[in-house]
Design a protein around this ligand. Structure first.
Ligand code: ZN
Length: 164
């Protein structure tokens, strides 16, 4: 992989998109929608990554992971940070939402819906029993990206991936 003709962009993209989030290791960057693009510039693969929550300390780890994964796959890699347009939880794929729920984390609602008070879906569904009878315990869960909820139906506490 030393010259432009031999760089396999699709292979590089597949490596980058399958890097896992350090805080949510069952989610890939592809699931989260934070891998913006993978490009080839000369002999270098440039991966552009967006931060989820600004100031999220995980981003440094994510950038390093993407770089290392590409380097291990034999690419001369560079990772760039893209701040605009800002990431929102709407970019999390259906597969990503399904994985969140499967891991006991209520997936975020739709930001457009949340902003529209008339049609706001304020209830957070319990990922265990699907009850909407839930209550927020803390604005911050195990990470700043999540809020902690408890289900009144099955009494299970769970994390809600906050809308953003
Ligand atoms: Zn429940």
């Amino acid at each position: 992989m030393s010259n432009a003709e031999t760089i396999d962009l699709e292979a590089a993209r597949a490596v980058a998109v399958n890097v896992c989030d350090p805080e949510l290791p069952f989610l890939t960057l592809g699931d989260l929608g934070i891998l913006r693009s993978v490009e080839v510039h000369g002999t270098t693969v440039i991966a552009k990554v967006s931060p989820t929550y600004s100031g999220c300390p995980a981003l440094d780890v994510i950038e390093q992971s993407v770089h290392d994964a590409l380097a291990q796959a034999g690419f001369n890699a560079r990772v760039e940070r893209m701040m605009t347009p800002p990431w929102t939880t709407d970019w999390i794929t259906e597969e990503g939402r399904r994985k969140l729920e499967a891991n006991g984390i209520a997936p975020p609602g739709n930001t457009q819906t949340d902003k529209n008070i008339l049609f706001a879906k304020t209830a957070v569904c319990c990922p265990q029993c699907k009850s909407e009878n839930t209550i927020k315990i803390s604005e911050f869960g195990s990470t700043p990206c999540k809020a902690q909820y408890q289900c009144n139906s099955c009494s299970e506490p769970f994390d809600y991936f906050k809308c953003h």
